[in-house]
Design a protein. Structure first.
Length: 90
């Protein structure tokens, strides 16, 4: 998106490891990709982890050190581990 601010030490990951295939060592299992969408006018605080498949809609603020997965609705303020809705910016 446009006008997105991302704090230092934030990690945006669009894949994760498949650790369910127990027939082979985990280090050679395939990655599981899932696209991430970040809208306009978003502020992601320092040290966040954005997990695969996350959708962050327009106007969202994400508090520092949050672990983000799922859909963060427009103009919301979210924080925590796991990230939860705190309140609306409006």
């Amino acid at each position: 998106g446009c006008d997105v601010q991302v704090g230092e030490y934030t990690s945006i990951r669009d894949s994760t490891h498949d650790y369910n295939d127990t027939g082979k060592p985990m280090r050679i299992n395939n990655d599981i990709p899932a696209a991430i969408s970040i809208g306009n006018n978003v502020w992601i605080g320092r040290g966040c982890i954005i997990m695969p498949g996350t959708v962050i809609e327009d106007g969202v603020v994400v508090g520092a050190n949050s672990v983000v997965k799922g859909v963060l609705k427009k103009d919301g303020i979210y924080a925590g581990n796991p990230c939860q809705f705190i309140k609306s910016r409006i």
